[in-house]
Write a protein that binds this ligand. Sequence first.
Ligand code: MLC
Ligand code: AMP
Length: 511
Amino acid sequence: MSNENLFAALRAAFPQDLDAIAVETDSGLTYSWRDLDRATAMMANLLASLKLPAGARVAVQVEKSVEAMMLYLATLRAGYVFLPLNTAYQSAEIEYFIENAEPSVVVCTSRNFGWVSKIAFKAGTKNVFTLDDDRTGSLLERATHCSDKHTPAVKKADDMAAILYTSGTTGRSKGAMLTHGNLLSNAKVLKDYWGWKKGDVLIHALPIFHVHGLFVALHGALLNGSKMIWLAKFDPKVVMRKLPEATVFMGVPTLYVRLLAEPGLNRESVRNMRLFIAGSAPLLIETFTEWQERTGHTILERYGMSETAMLTSNPYDPKQGERRGGTVGFPLPGVGLRVRDDKGEACPTGEIGGIEVKGPNVFKGYWRMPEKTKEEFTNDGWFRTGDVGKYDERGYVTIVGRSKDLIISGGYNVYPAEIEGYINEMPGVAESALVGVPHPDFGEVGVAVVIAKPGAKLDADGIVAALKQKLANFKIPKRCFVVDELPRNTMGKVQKNLLRAQHKDLFVKTA
Ligand code: MLC
Ligand code: AMP
């Protein structure tokens, strides 16, 4: 039987010269391909020695480091399921994920070990390790004693490789189950579509707990046997310094906005670059155009999501067409994408409707939520993305909005229902609404509008301060208003579109 383990495919793509540099960090450390192979073998052997049940989850909330990336690869290698968690998540958020996913292993920073291990042990997790971004922690201490030889566990394409939590409209996160086959098929398609070639060097500047940094960027480089310049955090000055040594860069739009603020960004600074890719949130046409003017490069925008990995992309090869700003390009080879109206009828070209997708990249379902999974698929098996868009006459797809109530801020998703839930629980609050408004840096940010219970007095700053105690920092509304009433339609439903219109100029002057 052939082994469809994603790690096996990535390992097979390592270059012949295992002593060549695979990863170089911003602090000057280098790792060879042999180092990646040996360290992931040792960690995989450590996981194997724990005698975990089949399909065991390995939940990880650690700072970005090469060792953290190796832990992801080791989890695949050992045949378990990787569950990455945003480092900004606080205890209530982590508690939910751990209780919901019931991981057999939790890895956290030594700084957070106290509270994370408490949550984990309470939820029945037997193994809690630490891993810090300075190559210390109990995970590495234990792995050092393990063999550096390991044969990748045999997996089928349909076996789960990772669970990515993505918040839901009800405010509770759902774990999207992605398989080895989902991830490998997508990585292979992108390798061809984006013309990855020998000698490519990727600047990896994104976090590794979401699709963009963990899958698109990492798998792209590994499957091509390409060196990565590994940045622990996005810093425009460091990226500027590294650009001459690189050929490929991937970022959410905020990264491009911040790079454009660097006076040194010009044609000379990007002279060796082959490709700039953007996604995770809409790239403003102003950013697209300014980038073209300053660097001579046309950013390639693509579209995807946690449940599906990448769905569409502007063309790399000019023979297939130009890269059109404001669009997300064509469905990738093997991906079906259709636009449907409210009645489920096909929308003609140019008409806006709900985007539905199909393909080998589409996830297996939501973790322990069969009903929710069923709801999100049509009867004929297409996944409803919750994004709203259209095809143009040349086959390019444009995303025009979302039917899901979602704010994307600096590439991170903020689900209003979750934040509203926390605000509504606060003493004196009658009701709240969180809306997304344009922001020059993050693209969009949340603004909370709150009404008090009769007789209660509320303080907007106090609400924000209380939220900061409970939620990841990127979810905190950038402004909060206490008002007498919320605009409602005849059904009594809050009209968020009116709130959005009212606050649209808070951070930027919109037309
Ligand atoms: C940070 N802050 C944010 C924020 N990031 N606020 C809103 N939205 C964000 N995204 C706030 C913090 O709360 C803090 O506020 C202040 O900004 C500074 O925090 P920081 O940690 O120093 O921020 P910084 O390091 O500058 O981070 C900004 C960023 C980061 C853009 C580099 O957000 C980022 O890496 N974004 C990328 C997200 C990503 O990878 N998305 C891919 C998802 S995958 P205060 O008030 O505390 O000072 C996906 C599918 C697909 O969507 O298609 O790819
Ligand atoms: P996530 O749940 O974090 O995976 O976020 C996925 C969502 O990000 C998609 O459903 C889209 O709404 C949005 N998204 C991703 N890429 C783009 C893009 N290029 N343009 C507009 N929206 C995007």
